[in-house]
Design a protein around this ligand. Structure first.
Ligand SMILES: Cc1cc2nc3c(=O)[nH]c(=O)nc-3n(C[C@H](O)[C@H](O)[C@H](O)COP(=O)(O)OP(=O)(O)OC[C@H]3O[C@@H](n4cnc5c(N)ncnc54)[C@H](O)[C@@H]3O)c2cc1C
Length: 387
């Protein structure tokens, strides 16, 4: 079978790439291969409206299962309502849009061999001049990480829960296993996602205990009802990254995208906004040129190197959080950050901090002792530890 563009994995990154290519070049045959039987209901992919370019907001709004005009955070010392809108899509909505846009998704298609010209699935080969690998995260010696771990339970409550807007962080809960907060998404007046989240050093996840903690939070709030869905994640949080070395290792073969390419927000582990930017790079190239694995590799490498440079400061903040701060005090960094002007907070999440923003974040009363902060400065030792 021949395609114009072959995407290994039908997840977030490749879903957005498929949408963008079909919009730019409806004549191209775009094929996605995924080992799963169908679109997963194990994710809600959310982001701040201000993380997305206007054309992406327009494109995703119709498939959002949650769409809120504002949001809030809660810390022991202060709570705050924030003006940025927030929204969530899910696997079914995204893959429905991908199919509607004319891309072909082949479920039950585990990719066994993948190269620059195509993929082998059980017994058949699909070829294409342009091949991307979006099969999810893979450890790399060039990326040192901590972890954001969570288990979320979605419950249908017996009576209205009363939460009016997303609570991005409720850090008023007891601090455990690093920085701990609860994330709340109120999809309807009686449907709410409650996610117990930990910023921890180790990548192990005790599902039962985090699910029990989420149920415990519901009980404290007086919410009773039935659990209708559960999601879990162990997301990488970037402490140090050598993007040049990463791309040198990927000088041949299919072009990595999404988490596979280390393209996620270093502090949150979220990848939707970066995936939309990558999809724009791919669509831009498709409009101008013939889309091939090699032409795309050059364009995405340039994008990723620029992204890694821009994100250097965010990785430094992570090192201060994970290496400079005792686990039970990590929340104080976030508590302090959330006193910043809203524009700074919005640009932080969008990965668009200016030089002035960076200065503002690190000046003033230091949240960790200066000697410890200095030790966090260099990135290289962590990469050497990681190699
Ligand atoms: C539960 C959860 C919630 C998250 N919430 C958010 C959020 O709210 N906002 C946000 O921005 N980020 C979120 N993230 C983080 C991150 O954005 C997601 O993990 C995102 O799905 C990563 O996108 P991706 O395309 O790189 O990989 P994925 O979306 O994981 O896609 C990889 C796909 O490849 C397929 N695959 C793997 N191996 C093979 C194979 N051999 N052959 C064929 N197919 C294969 C998988 O079945 C999967 O469909 C969340 C992560 C998790 C786990």
């Amino acid at each position: 079978m021949k395609a114009d563009v072959l995407l290994a994995g039908a997840g977030l990154a490749n879903g957005l790439i498929a949408l963008a290519i079909r919009k730019a070049r409806p004549d191209l045959r775009v094929v996605l291969l995924d080992r799963a039987a169908d679109a997963s209901d194990g994710h809600t992919w959310s982001c701040h409206d201000t993380d997305l370019a206007p054309h992406w907001l327009d494109r995703l709004k119709p498939i959002r299962r949650g769409d809120w005009p504002d949001q809030e955070v809660r810390f022991p010392d202060h709570s705050r309502r924030l003006r940025a809108g927030y929204g969530s899509i899910d696997g079914r909505g995204l893959m429905g849009a991908v199919t509607e846009a004319g891309a072909e998704i082949r479920w039950n298609s585990r990719v066994q061999d993948l190269d620059a010209d195509g993929a082998m699935t059980a017994g058949s080969r699909v070829t294409a001049p342009c091949v991307m690998d979006g099969r999810g995260a893979q450890p790399s010696p060039h990326l040192a990480v901590g972890f954001q771990k969570f288990v979320g339970i979605e419950i249908e409550t017996d009576s209205p829960h009363g939460v009016r807007r997303p609570v991005i962080m409720d850090a008023t809960v007891p601090q455990q296993d690093g920085y701990r907060f609860i994330y709340l998404l109120p999809f309807t007046p009686t449907r709410i996602l409650i996610e117990d989240t930990r910023y921890s050093d180790g990548g192990d996840l005790d599902d039962d205990s985090l699910a029990a903690a989420s149920h415990g939070y519901a009980r404290v709030k007086g919410w009773t009802g039935v659990e209708v869905r559960r999601e879990r994640g162990i997301l990488p949080i970037a402490l140090a990254h050598d993007a040049e070395a990463f791309w040198a290792d990927h000088a041949t073969g299919a072009v990595p995208v999404g988490l596979r390419a280390g393209l996620f927000h270093p502090v949150t582990g979220y990848s939707l906004p970066y995936a939309a930017q990558v999809a724009d790079v791919v669509a831009g190239l498709a409009r101008r040129d013939r889309l091939t694995t090699d032409s795309l590799r050059m364009a995405l490498r340039d994008f990723a190197l620029a992204r890694a440079r821009q994100d250097r400061f965010l990785r430094l903040l992570n090192r201060m959080l994970f290496r400079g701060c005792p686990p039970d005090r990590r929340y104080t960094l976030l508590q302090r950050f959330y006193r910043m002007p809203e524009g700074v907070i919005e640009r932080f999440y969008a990965g668009r901090l200016t030089r002035a923003d960076r200065l503002r974040i690190v000046t003033g009363k230091p949240p960790i002792p200066l000697t410890r902060a200095f030790r966090c400065l260099p990135e290289r030792p962590l990469l050497q530890e990681n190699a």
